[in-house]
Design a protein around this ligand. Structure first.
Ligand SMILES: [Zn+2]
Ligand SMILES: [Zn+2]
Length: 246
């Protein structure tokens, strides 16, 4: 009876938190936390220097020192630096998708691990004051039941002991999905989508904008612009993944 009860409890826990790798189905060892095995985790393409200091795009070839890439050098960006943990492909992109759209919250732990690792390895936090998640429109948040950027911002805020400001940047206009839009269409789509109603609180602050993916950077830039217009003195961007153009 006791064994049966334990088995049942274990089965119930596994439903919430599977103990098989969610990509290759291999059983996970006791010491492997999360839901992805070490072999699948080893396929993650980490973004390491050389990469663009402005938009985090990795560069193939020999570059020494800081540089800005051909993609972003002519863009009028409102954030000063971007850091991304890994390329948005393979299990990283699938993990983000499962977390956001498929009600599989246990992928969140991996996304949080990746973004915190990138923040630790590639950022100097001494002058940065607060974390701002990219907001979802309230209608979308109701549909999805949570904002993945807020979840990630909480993980980053805890890791680096910074406050997370969830109400100082708002999404005031619902926008159509951007998946099929190019950068220019995305910028049009995002026009007046964000606002900082309590702008005074941002004056002179150096903040870190957090989201899951940097694709064209249009959403992050639209947010950064509102933060800068409201008085933020510097905006950094930190994401789990960077669109894989290379
Ligand atoms: Zn696996
Ligand atoms: Zn760049």
């Amino acid at each position: 009876m006791v064994v049966a009860a334990k088995t049942l409890i274990r089965a119930a826990a596994d439903l919430l938190y599977p103990r098989n790798c969610q990509f290759c189905a291999q059983p996970l060892a006791e010491h492997e936390h999360g839901v992805i095995c070490a072999a699948c985790l080893a396929t993650v393409k980490w973004i390491e220097p050389p990469c663009c200091s402005r938009c985090a795009l990795p560069f193939v070839g020999a570059v020494t020192g800081k540089f800005q890439c051909g993609y972003c050098k002519d863009l009028d960006l409102h954030f000063s630096h971007a850091v991304a943990a890994c390329l948005a492909r393979g299990i990283v992109l699938d993990s983000i998708h499962h977390f956001k759209y498929n009600h599989r919250p246990y992928f969140g732990q991996h996304l949080a691990d990746w973004i915190v690792t990138a923040g630790r390895e590639h950022m100097d936090w001494s002058g940065l004051e607060a974390i701002v998640p990219v907001p979802l429109h309230p209608r979308k948040k109701r549909e999805r039941e949570f904002n993945q950027a807020e979840y990630l911002a909480d993980a980053v805020g805890t890791a680096f002991e910074k406050p997370v400001w969830k109400r100082r940047l708002r999404r005031v206009r619902d926008t159509k999905t951007q998946t099929r839009l190019n950068r220019e269409e995305r910028m049009d789509n995002l026009h007046d989508a964000f606002a900082a109603p309590d702008g005074g609180a941002l004056k002179g602050c150096r903040v870190v904008l957090v989201d899951d993916v940097f694709t064209t950077g249009a959403t992050l830039d639209a947010c950064a612009k509102v933060l800068r217009v409201a008085g933020a003195s510097d905006v950094w961007v930190l994401t789990v993944a960077r669109g894989a153009y290379v």
